[in-house]
Design a protein around this ligand. Structure first.
Ligand code: C5P
Length: 231
């Protein structure tokens, strides 16, 4: 059964708590990203957890293995459920993240790898020395690499998940942003899919921000998305 995660893209802790309370029991999983975490630190994670919610801490670690290992351990101590790393950090870094997460047992954090940022196109990849592969080929190669080295899942676009879910081992988690209910405003997202499409293609977790946070009635918006996901 796919899960709905709301991207808590707000300015500060007060706003975060207010949004989580307003959405209430319809959603029990929230993504805290770099912007909110940099502003408020671990306190905002604790505040969301104190409201009984699960947390996806999306800080996209990319550093030497020891630093990533210790940062994942800090996330585990905070009780977060999902954390992100960049797969280009290399084998030892991915393994270090996976090992640190595993110390917390089956209910500890799961490690998700970012393959290629969706903001990068072919010429951006060439600028950083990745030549001879299209972005799609690079996504597939990095996805295999991350999962082989211990990542539990991937952050991927709804356009990639159909292919990746076929070629990677069962049980791999697929977290997809860029989800828009039929008829909703797309905003700055370029390649979107509906909740039903994303789930049908193999997404295990959908990340949705503005269609819920900016809705006049966030509870109704979240319920409509859950209905489209058929959960
Ligand atoms: O408001 P919206 O539904 O577009 O929010 C999507 C969330 O997923 C945002 O927090 C955004 O940063 C994140 N995200 C994304 N596309 C990616 C990776 C992350 O939209 N490729």
């Amino acid at each position: 059964m796919a899960e709905l995660i709301v991207a808590l893209d707000v300015n500060n802790r007060e706003e975060a708590v207010q949004k989580v309370k307003a959405i209430g029991e319809t959603v029990d999983f929230y993504k805290i990203g770099l912007e909110l975490f940099t502003a408020e630190g671990p306190d905002v994670v604790k505040a969301v957890k104190d409201l009984g919610k699960r947390v996806f801490l999306d800080l996209k670690f990319h550093d030497i293995p020891r630093t990533v290992e210790r940062s994942v351990r800090s996330g585990g101590k905070l009780g977060v459920d999902l954390m992100t790393i960049h797969s280009v950090g290399g084998k030892a870094m991915i393994k270090a993240a996976a090992d640190a997460a595993a110390e917390f047992g089956p209910n500890g954090p799961k490690i998700l790898a970012v393959t290629v940022l969706t903001s990068l196109d072919q010429s951006d990849l060439e600028d950083v020395g990745i030549k001879g592969r299209t972005p799609a080929e690079q996504v597939e190669a990095m996805a295999r690499f991350a999962i082989e080295n211990g990542a539990n899942g991937l952050v991927c676009s709804p356009k990639e998940v159909g292919n990746l879910s076929k070629i990677l081992k069962p049980g791999t988690l697929f977290i997809t942003p860029g989800v828009r209910p039929a008829g909703a405003a797309v905003g700055d997202q370029k390649r979107v899919a509906t909740p039903a499409d994303a789930v049908r293609d193999g997404s295990t977790h959908l990340v949705v921000g503005r269609p819920i946070l900016a809705a006049e009635d966030p509870v109704a918006a979240a319920k409509a998305i859950r209905a489209e996901m058929n959960v």
